[in-house]
Design a protein around this ligand. Structure first.
Ligand code: AMP
Length: 220
């Protein structure tokens, strides 16, 4: 099972791809989270990446491709994986093809989580994140138990730099310009499953599980 989740930031692809990875018992590989961890730990890769991330821009392809390649060759990814946030450009999609072809494989399905821009803008500007564990809350319908603190570890929640209005708009523009062509790239191979991402988390998840089952992807 090798799945890719694509969708603009705020579409809920992080939440949904994590649930689908658990459902199929394969690792959830999230490039944004890997980059944020590297930035927090101030590794050379993290320092380079953070200047792009804070502006809401994409980190250069060569940096992300090398990081991803290292991750998907780890033993836990041999049975499959769910990619979240990669590929985000055509060169990344081509690099992924090459990596997988080297082992005689490829991507099995691409799930596009579709949400209109107005809904995304509202969701992202209300989003608050735990800088320690990465859990995500929002100020409208998924509050932490104690206001402003993470339910898991009590860390004060923050608004990510790239969840502020300027970077949000830039990220949406980049999605339409750079990442929408990735959906067309996989659509040309008949691999894209479009799922309506508006609604309750559980409902969107059921739509994805049913759509995958209809294509023959079932949990063994
Ligand atoms: P995300 O958490 O997926 O929204 O990613 C946060 C930020 O990390 C993005 O705005 C980019 O700056 C960077 N990033 C994550 N994945 C990629 C990728 N595949 N290519 C380039 N930049 C990425």
């Amino acid at each position: 099972m090798r799945f890719v989740f694509v969708g603009p930031q705020g579409a809920g692809k992080g939440t949904q791809s994590d649930r689908i990875a658990r459902w199929f018992r394969v690792p959830h590989i999230e490039t944004g989270k890997m980059l944020r961890t590297a930035a927090r730990e101030e590794t050379p890769l993290g320092i380079k990446a953070s200047e792009f991330m804070d502006r809401g821009e994409l980190v250069p392809d060569d940096v992300v491709v090398a990081m991803l390649e290292e991750r998907i060759t780890e033993p836990d990814a041999h049975r499959g994986f769910v990619l979240d946030g990669f590929p985000r450009t055509i060169p990344q999609a081509e690099a992924l093809d090459e990596m997988l072809a080297a082992n005689g494989g490829g991507i099995d399905a691409v799930i596009s989580v579709d949400v209109p821009d107005e809904v995304l803008l509202e969701r992202l500007s209300n989003r608050r994140t735990c800088p320690e564990c990465g859990r995500v809350y929002n100020t409208t319908d998924h509050h932490p138990i104690e206001p402003g603190r993470c339910n898991e570890d009590g860390t004060p929640l923050i608004q990510r730099e790239d969840d502020k209005p300027g970077p949000i708009r830039r990220r949406l523009e980049i999605f339409h310009k750079e990442t929408a062509p990735v959906i067309s790239f996989y659509a040309a191979r008949g691999q894209v499953i479009h799922v309506d991402g508006v609604g309750r988390i559980e409902d969107v998840q059921s739509r994805i599980v049913s759509a995958l089952a209809a294509k023959g992807f079932r949990r063994s």
